[in-house]
Write a protein that binds this ligand. Structure first.
Ligand code: MN
Length: 260
């Protein structure tokens, strides 16, 4: 099995070394990752600047470091490392949760999404730590993946959707199990903070405190809160299928403005 490993925390991050170590038990691994942290870059790609690639071994696996984003890394990794095809894209392990609406910002999830767009089974992996400065517990992630990645790989869809996995950042013994669940809601309070610089000019810093809505059962947010690993199948089709009929009906017939 040919496995491409990427992330959005950069090639020097601890999480990608852990992931490469686990992945190489399952086949031939190549790592292709950004040269620095690119978290919260979403599904962006570099179009207007040249991308430079340097060899960089990770955990004994051949690797490439790129001055780009996770999407760039997946596409360069596929072209350079696996020109004859790749069977699996793994993205992570991220140094923080990717739950609910987070996945729209996430470079980690974008890595898996890009694998999926290329028609390859893909899995995004994150350590769900919530307190700044708290331990990521990568050893828990490694232990859980050593036991479970072999089970997940054949379940990762080959096209149209991918898996988003969050592992609670707690001791391995404290993990209650696995829950397959949908996306919850994760919204942020005080998203933008305005401060003044030493010259009295305002500047803004985005971040905010995540307010988790854990009241909804069956969601990734709820699973993590209850110390379960969450596994969410995420579809690339963003269509609101339930709205198609009523929207089509509302837009059929004459326009009320022009009466024709
Ligand atoms: Mn990240």
């Amino acid at each position: 099995m040919r496995i491409l490993v990427t992330n959005d925390d950069g090639i020097h991050a601890e999480g990608i070394a852990v992931l490469a170590r686990v992945a190489k038990q399952f086949g031939e691994v190549a790592v292709c990752a950004p040269d620095r942290e690119k978290s919260a870059c979403g599904h962006g790609m570099t179009l207007h600047d040249p991308l430079r690639v340097r060899p960089h071994e990770v955990e004994g696996c051949r690797g490439y470091v790129v001055n780009g984003l996770p999407v760039d890394c997946v596409n360069i990794g596929l072209a350079e490392a696996f020109p004859d095809g790749c069977d699996l894209v793994l993205s992570g392990i991220n140094n923080g949760p990717n739950l609910g609406f987070d996945i729209t910002y996430s470079g980690t999830v974008a890595g898996a999404m890009e694998g999926c767009i290329n028609g390859i089974a893909s899995i995004a992996l994150s350590m769900a730590v919530f307190v700044s400065g708290a331990p990521f517990h990568y050893e828990t992630g490694e232990a859980w993946l050593n036991e479970n990645l072999g089970r997940l790989i054949p379940l990762a869809p080959k096209s149209g959707s991918f898996l988003n996995v969050n592992i609670p950042a707690i001791a391995f013994e404290e993990i209650e199990g696995v829950r397959v669940c949908g996306m919850g809601k994760r919204v942020y309070e005080e998203r933008v903070e305005r401060r003044d610089d030493p010259w009295g000019r305002p500047y803004y810093w985005q971040g905010g405190v995540a307010v988790m809505d854990g009241s909804e059962p069956g969601t990734d947010v709820d699973a993590i809160r209850n110390h379960y690993v969450s596994v969410t199948p995420v579809s690339l089709d963003w269509t609101d299928h339930a709205a198609l009929g009523s929207l089509a009906e509302a837009l059929s017939g004459p326009s009320p403005l022009h009466g024709r």
